[in-house]
Design a protein around this ligand. Sequence first.
Ligand SMILES: Cc1ncc(COP(=O)(O)O)c(C=O)c1O
Length: 472
Amino acid sequence: MADKKNSTQRACSRRKFIKNTGLMGTAFAGTMVSGRALAEGHSSSAEFNQAEHFSQLGPEFIYLNSGTEGSMPNSVIESFRKNIDQWASNPTDSYETDEMLGKHQHYNREKVARFLSVSKDNICLTDNTTMGLNMVILGLNFKATDKVIITNHEHNAILSPLSVLQEKTGLSVIKRDFPAANILSTMNSDELLEFLLPDTDELHGAKALCVSHVYPTTGVRLPLEALRKKADALDIKYLIVDGAQAFGMVDISRGRENITYTDFYACPGHKWLNGPPGTGILYIKNSRIRPPEFYPILSQRMTKYSGHQGEAGEPFPMVEALQVRGCSNAPGFSAMLEAIKFQQELGGAELVERQILSLSQQAKDFILSRSPTALVSPFKAPELLSGLTVFFPFNWDKPDQIFHDENTASKIVQALLKENIQIRSIGFDDPLGQGQKRYALRVSTGVFNTEKQLAYFQKLLEKILKQIFQPK
Ligand SMILES: Cc1ncc(COP(=O)(O)O)c(C=O)c1O
């Protein structure tokens, strides 16, 4: 925690230093493509650049860590500021009645729903993924006899509420292990899902399958349509998906990644979408779900659910109960719409996904060209790809020498940060680690990144991987 804070401070001060000393150049400004250019497939055509649209990042900072936090384009920052000003000037109306800032959030939910091709009654705006997953996992009426399936790579956002439930109800959590990184990287979706979720008595009839859409550990994407088929084949009641590393990168409004394949999907606005901090979305497929199947655990409307009926005799959509929970980050929710608009102006979610994957391919190809066994992220099956590229540190001059320890990974992250390039290290369970976590490097290629920036990152990584393993 402290390390991360210090490294952020260092990066900021370094940027200020570069600016102040006049060393700031446009060498790495690179280019970002506009919607028209994306649509026409001219990924190298220069229509605008990072400095112009993400001016807070600055032209010289190569930020390759959208998986931890996104940045915000200028239009989102402007909208966020405007909303805060409006709130401060008229707090009561803002909270009580304002269409965009008010507590019910009908307007913003409608807009988000339209972007995802679902209905407003399926959407609740949250502070983050963790909040959405907690609302779902603690809201569903799990019993002691229920089984819930997870993998050994789930985030604490799933593990934490599940551990509370385990203690409170005694339900069983079945943890399925991912294959070793060297096997995972060459698998396709059928092979992986068969490995993770075989048709066994143990898994059959589980109450819920709680998995991530894209794994922060390895960058593997689990296609939602295939997950749904697996869940149905195993007679699993709820498919609950952690979309923290997918929304804003993967188009979840259509095709095999359609959000409607899931029963519950929680995701952030603040990572790949580049929306404001403290923004997220919870999708609930069954808008009429209600007690005793599901309780709104964080709400000012619980009492209205005790009779299980709304004023007109009909149950309220559950998302309305979850939405009204006191004063929320409504200025942020409204500014998140601006981030959606920004993505639409780039050509929409599908084109943004293509752009992110194309940049990610450049990073994967670079690692593959030098040390193929260092790559953890899948690279063969298109359906498993994401904008996360995970690889173990390796000796550039002896690329078969691969390192899995925390210290080496963090040394490389720090060395890159000194060069004004931000990636991160990530630890995860791997069968070859024999009970010890293995640490790798993770590069996130966001929509504001460019081929030129990646080329520069590759050059610096090569330099560092040569220096760091040099015999003393
Ligand atoms: C898979 C996964 N789930 C959940 C989270 C937490 O996200 P949030 O801050 O939106 O709660 C993260 C954060 O990195 C993540 O990678």
